[in-house]
Design a protein around this ligand. Sequence first.
Ligand SMILES: [Zn+2]
Ligand SMILES: [Zn+2]
Length: 137
Amino acid sequence: MPITGKCYCGEVEWTIIGKVDFTSNCHCKDCQTVSGSAYGTTSLMMYDPHGVEFKGSPKVIHGFSDAGNTTQRGFCGNCGTVLFNHVSEGKEDEHWAIRTGCMVGKPPKIDKEIYMKSKPVWVPSPKTALKFDGMPH
Ligand SMILES: [Zn+2]
Ligand SMILES: [Zn+2]
């Protein structure tokens, strides 16, 4: 069964046709800002740049990660739901981080916690998740 998700208003839908490598809670400042919350939960596809398909057209904001990589943050232009982060397009380390909160069905378990260095102390940690100060390599 492919993993699917959609934005709040239903204008944009995505389907993961590739392989998810891990799901993480990311405590970086950018994820805090775009989510308007404490952290961003994403399912990362590290080695499959063509592993996600969209129905509808997400709006894309271009930027840079704190490691200096290009990022394309996608969201629904109608309802504002944050949908993905597409990192280093066309480069060797290209990957997708799909926002787990818009997934349809049961959410996956959290494999990793990343950017622990900016995690607020009041956010509890999933016990089984591997922890990283920044982005795992
Ligand atoms: Zn929408
Ligand atoms: Zn982040």
